[in-house]
Design a protein around this ligand. Structure first.
Ligand code: ADP
Length: 665
């Protein structure tokens, strides 16, 4: 076994690998970009080496520099994690040439699977079933359009170098093909530096089921069963589970054998995943093989009781696989929910930000949290917006799902928008509970999963009021204690100073408008005039953001995070943001120029579709912004004439920057 390795990654996966290293007493060196100075992963390793500036190209993708660090640190091997250089055959080869062990498959196996087209040709030859389509060399638009016609619409355009669902476009009719191809090529060139495409028949209501495989250098190959990753948005996984519900023993065996065959066909070594797309009738087709550890590997660990990173290290050190197929068994059921900083209501776009408050459910035998951030850390625009992976386990699916719902309800984040409520609704959906899964699940149940935003409930408003009143009270008490006249009426907070019938009105504002709530002071409680009636409330501050409350006799502890005038009430797994405002300043905050178009997030302007003076109509695409390797089209909010363009192609923009202005006609 190795004495020391270098972890060539960041975030939760670097932390994950570091934990196994600690357990096995293997020393670990971390690397970090400017944006990750002091990040959690650097503190879990024995040492941390500075790489370069924040953008991945200048840090985590600098293979040469990483090899230099590995040599300087005395590491014998490099664990690439996932993403960045994990599936870069040249990097794996460069490691081998430098006398370092790449903790992954041989460069040739990565290369064989690196192109989805080449992989499909190889798997086709090995007799593994493929989705109908085109995976040839010729890439001119006419050939691809012809291939789409022959395959039959709907089709899926897929970057051959793809990953993470980036650059994939479904096309339903010939007319839309050319535009979709152009967008796919732009995104693929930006993400992978390679804009070659393949065409596949777009399958309806399929499931994504993948098989974890493991191989050693001595000819041993096993599979560790399947994971169902059908619940996806933008072709990216959000919620995964093992085993896949409703999969029979015979289908499991068949898919497992096909995956083992695929691994054998390319002389595979290490951890890999063979992804299949499965039709409702159970027919399965090879999609691709990922030659690395997957984000969702923890669900396999939970149901097999194994540490896959330990297996990777053992295999890379030349050991035999720790177990043979006959020793492997499934136990219980596991889910993984990916908690992202994103806006589910805005096409699930990444929503970077500083995590001012972060509280994860307590970990234990049933709950596991894999994260790379702490409260106060920033989810940066430069990398994946994952906050944490929440993994739960129980003896059966229903039990594990209940644990998932409970744990999600305890997960609290403020400072960045998250998908937590969306995950809650997903985990609570009857069709999900019934295991009715396919890749269209989220789109089909969109209205249930993303219902219209509701007004703050009386309970939320009561909690917000209590938090403000109790904190004011505490501040006044502290000031009184420090003052020369502790009995001065100016330190009283029972409403006396403000008016003589002992009440005070608080003004809140949220997406639905203004809400005024009057609090009447009573000796040991408040009476709150809420939209639904009067409520008797009292409470105590519990330290931090927690308050212990009693609302009409019902006692609960809730969390109300306050930052300046912004209050976030976190209660029963849902969060509600309110602005506490002074009625004198009403109207100031809504002063946004009509027709102005602001950047919804920090990013790069990749394409300008209009010029100053152009006449535009509402809904017309004006500018393409790329953020976190995704394209976002800014459209005209009104008919008019382009008055101003604030940036040129290639410019970086900050969130909220005014991109263009339209003068109404
Ligand atoms: P990536 O490598 O970018 O993740 P994949 O080839 O693994 O891309 O596909 C990602 C997801 O896209 C799949 O899990 C599935 O939901 C969907 N998908 C892929 N191919 C097809 C297809 N032919 N028909 C329908 N959906 C597909």
């Amino acid at each position: 076994m190795f004495e020391k390795i270098l972890i060539a990654n960041r975030g939760e996966i670097a932390c994950r690998v570091a934990r196994t290293c600690r357990r096995l007493s293997i020393r670990a060196a971390a690397i970090y970009s400017e944006a990750d100075n002091g990040a959690l992963h650097t503190t879990l390793c024995d040492e941390a080496w500075r790489l370069g500036a924040a953008p991945a190209r200048e840090s985590y993708l600098r293979g040469e520099r990483i090899l230099e660090i590995a040599r300087a640190s005395g590491a014998e091997a490099i664990h690439p994690g996932y993403g960045f250089l994990a599936e870069n055959a040249d990097f794996a080869q460069a490691c081998a040439d430098a006398g370092l062990v790449f903790i992954g498959p041989p460069a040739a196996a990565i290369a064989a699977m690196g192109s989805k087209s080449a992989a499909k040709r190889l798997m086709g030859e090995a007799g593994v079933p493929l989705v109908p389509g085109y995976h040839g060399e010729a890439q001119d638009p006419d050939t691809l359009a012809q291939a789409a016609r022959e395959t039959g619409y709907p089709v899926l355009i897929k970057p051959t170098a793809g990953g993470g669902g980036k650059g994939m476009h479904r096309v339903d009719e010939a007319d839309a093909f050319a535009d979709a191809l152009a967008a796919a090529k732009r995104e693929a060139a930006a993400s992978f530096g390679d804009d070659r495409m393949l065409i596949e028949k777009y399958l309806l209501e399929p499931r994504h089921i993948e098989i974890q495989v493991f191989a050693d250098r001595h000819g041993g190959v096993v599979h560790l069963f399947e994971r169902d990753c059908s619940v996806q948005r933008r072709y990216q996984k959000v919620l995964e589970e093992a085993p896949a519900p409703g999969v029979s023993e015979s289908l499991r065996r068949e898919m497992g054998q096909a995956a083992v065959q695929a691994a054998q066909a390319i002389g595979y070594v290490g951890a890999g995943t063979v992804e299949f797309i499965v039709e409702p009738g159970g027919a399965f087709y090879f999609m691709e093989m990922n030659t690395r550890l997957q984000v969702e590997h923890p669900v396999t660990e939970q149901v097999t009781g194994l540490d896959l990173v330990e297996w990777q290290l053992r295999v890379a050190a030349g050991e035999h696989l720790p177990l043979v197929q006959a020793d492997l068994a499934l136990r219980g059921h596991a889910f993984e929910a990916r908690v992202y900083a994103e806006e589910p209501r805005n096409a699930f776009l990444p929503a970077p930000g500083r995590l001012r408050h972060l509280r994860t459910p307590p970990a234990g035998p049933h709950v596991r949290i894999d994260t790379g951030v702490r409260a106060g850390d920033t989810i940066s625009v430069h990398y994946d917006p994952l906050i944490a992976k929440l993994i739960v386990w129980d003896l059966n699916r229903a039990g594990a799902l209940r644990r998932l719902r409970h744990a999600l309800a305890q997960f609290q984040v403020t400072g960045a928008s998250t998908n937590l409520e969306f995950l809650q609704r997903l985990a609570g959906h009857p069709a999900f509970a019934a295991g009715e899964l396919d890749t269209g699940f989220i789109v089909r149940f969109r209205n249930d999963l993303l219902p219209p935003l509701r007004r703050a409930s009386d309970r939320v408003l009561a909690l917000a009021c209590l938090a403000v009143l109790l904190r004011n009270d505490e501040t006044a008490r502290r000031q009184a204690a420090a003052s020369s006249d502790p009995y001065s009426p100016w330190h009283r907070t029972d409403g006396w100073v403000l008016n003589d019938d002992n009440h005070h009105t608080l003004h809140f504002h949220d997406d639905h408008g203004d809400i005024a709530i009057t609090a009447h002071y009573r000796p040991d409680h408040y009476l709150l005039d809420l939209p639904g009636g009067t409520l008797r409330a009292r409470g105590t501050l519990e330290g931090g953001a927690d308050i212990r409350t009693e609302l009409d006799g019902m006692q609960i502890t809730a969390t109300v995070v306050q930052r300046d005038t912004e209050l976030t009430v976190l209660c029963e797994g849902f969060s509600h943001r309110l602005l506490l405002h002074d009625p004198l300043t009403v109207g100031m905050e809504d002063e946004i120029r009509e027709g102005s178009l602001k950047a919804p997030m920090p990013g790069t302007v990749v394409q300008l579709l209009v010029a100053p003076g152009d006449k535009v109509t509402e809904g017309q695409p004006l500018l393409v912004l790329e953020a976190m390797k995704m394209e976002y089209t800014i459209k005209a909010t009104t008919d008019g004439i382009i008055e101003l363009i604030g940036f040129k192609e290639g410019d970086q923009v900050q969130e909220g920057a005014e991109l263009l202005a339209i003068a109404s006609k």
